[in-house]
Design a protein around this ligand. Structure first.
Ligand code: GLU
Length: 443
């Protein structure tokens, strides 16, 4: 039987979760789910200056928001911890000792350095293929530092030690680490351990081909959350940055991605970042979303806008009819607010145009009377009643539709009037029609 797959995501707590990091986590997560393996989250916090709680929070919150859970690591535990490099000093000392015994360590200017094997190192990468690195020239490939004079550990060494100690079978990480890999392989050999399999994921570039920086729009996962993106849509988008189902589909449920995903299907060419595509995917997810999920995602945005919303048939009804207008979750409050207040804000222009016009008051009054006696409160029968009424007076239905819309919502645009009235309910509608008529209409 083959060994259980163990992969890891090893971020440094930089204060935000970069989309590149999120995608690395995602590909590790997909591979673990695909193979029934385990995903370890390890915090590479050897840089004490950046090592703050908030910096860690940003990473963990970003991963949780995306729904990418880890099997071992911070807040989850596991039997190969601690999962913070800052707490693994004794382990590193033990491994340093092994290298010292093997005669591979020397002191240089109070730092400890590792003697590189001067040879050609072959790296067999599951994505990039076989690559030979010529390590023979110390001028281009100097011996790496392992420990600083202040006792701090250097990335390459602790990264390898932890991958050994945590039983990592596949190192899936960004291509920016490919050039480090021969050094890592050398360390494995010096420690007498078979290296794991490597899979280096191509970089994500901006549309103009430049490297993404922290300041680029959409570089931080928290940006998507704040903008009102749907996490599963962002995950779908990230899947397509370097991987594809090879049939041009762009909307893929995660279960299907897991089924189709494999490391050798990751593209070798760098991925192009495309926020427009992400925005489009997001709209598709909203359009297809179940009422439960839409309600769950909408509530925090409504609350942030001061609307005391909770999951209810009324909320779900409102969301169902505004859905087609929503591209980002942050659009919801402006489309839905007037459903939740008895004194909606009235747009003066809409009021002047539709309510303060000759005959509007009389028409609203007739509409109220007709709706009051409607036997069936559905969009269809509301529509039929309004049209019958208009026909009776030989008027266009629009002469009723516009004032009614402004009277119940305060504005000139919104979802289909008949559905809006159905969702608002008869009592609320009659009360709003009457009070707008009394407040604004003169005739
Ligand atoms: N802490 C490293 C980084 O954030 C991890 C590299 C690796 O995955 O091996 O780039």
């Amino acid at each position: 039987m083959s060994k259980e797959v163990r992969v890891r995501f090893a971020p440094s707590p930089t204060g935000y979760l970069h989309v590149g990091g999120a995608r690395t986590m995602l590909f590790n997560w997909l591979y673990a789910r695909k193979t029934g393996g385990k995903l370890v989250l390890r915090i590479e916090d050897t840089d004490r200056n950046r090592n703050t709680d908030e910096a860690l929070r940003a990473v963990l919150d970003g991963l949780r928001w995306l729904g990418l859970h880890w099997d071992e690591g911070p807040e989850v535990g596991g039997d190969r911890g601690p999962y913070f490099q800052s707490q693994r000093n004794d382990i590193y000392k033990k491994y340093l000792n092994k290298l010292e015994k093997a005669g591979r360590i020397y002191e240089d200017d109070r730092s400890l350095r590792f003697k590189t094997t001067r040879s050609i190192v072959q790296v067999e990468d599951l994505i990039c293929g076989r690559i030979a690195f010529d390590m023979s020239n110390p001028a281009t490939h100097p011996d790496i530092t392992i420990r600083r004079p202040d006792g701090g550990w250097i990335f390459h060494f602790v990264n390898v030690v932890d991958d050994i100690e945590m039983g990592i079978t596949h190192v899936i990480r960004g291509e920016d680490h490919l050039s480090n890999t021969p050094k890592h392989v050398d360390l494995y050999h010096a420690l007498g351990v078979e290296p794991p399999k490597f899979a280096h994921i191509p970089l994500i570039l901006n549309e103009d081909g430049s490297k993404m920086s922290k300041r680029d729009k959409g570089a931080a996962v928290s940006w998507y959350q704040a903008q009102g993106y749907v996490p599963e849509a962002v995950v779908n988008y990230l899947c397509l940055l370097g991987w594809s189902p090879k049939d041009n589909r762009e909307i893929l449920p995660i279960e299907e991605v897991i089924a189709l995903f494999d490391l050798d299907k990751i593209n070798r060419r760098s991925a192009r970042f495309d926020l427009d595509k992400c925005f489009w995917i997001n709209g598709q997810y909203i359009a297809q979303m179940t009422p439960e999920r839409f309600s769950e995602l909408a509530i925090p945005f409504l609350r942030k806008a001061g609307i005391d919303a909770e999951d209810s048939p009324y909320l779900r009804g409102v969301l169902a009819i505004v859905k087609e207008k929503i591209k980002l979750l942050s659009d919801i409050p402006s489309w839905a607010s007037y459903f939740f207040t008895d004194s909606p804000e009235f747009d003066p222009e809409a009021v002047a145009k539709s309510l303060q016009t000759v005959g509007a008051g009389a028409r609203l009054e007739r509409l109220e009377a007709s709706l009051k006696n409607l036997s069936n409160w559905t969009a269809e029968s509301i529509e039929a009643a309004l049209k019958t009424l208009a026909a009776e007076y030989a008027e266009k239905p629009a002469l009723y539709v516009h004032p009614a819309r402004v009277a119940v919502s305060g504005r000139a645009v919104g979802p289909s009037l008949y559905h809006m009235l159905e969702v608002m309910g008869r009592e609320r509608v009659l009360q709003r029609l009457a009070s707008a008529r009394i407040d604004f209409c003169t005739t």
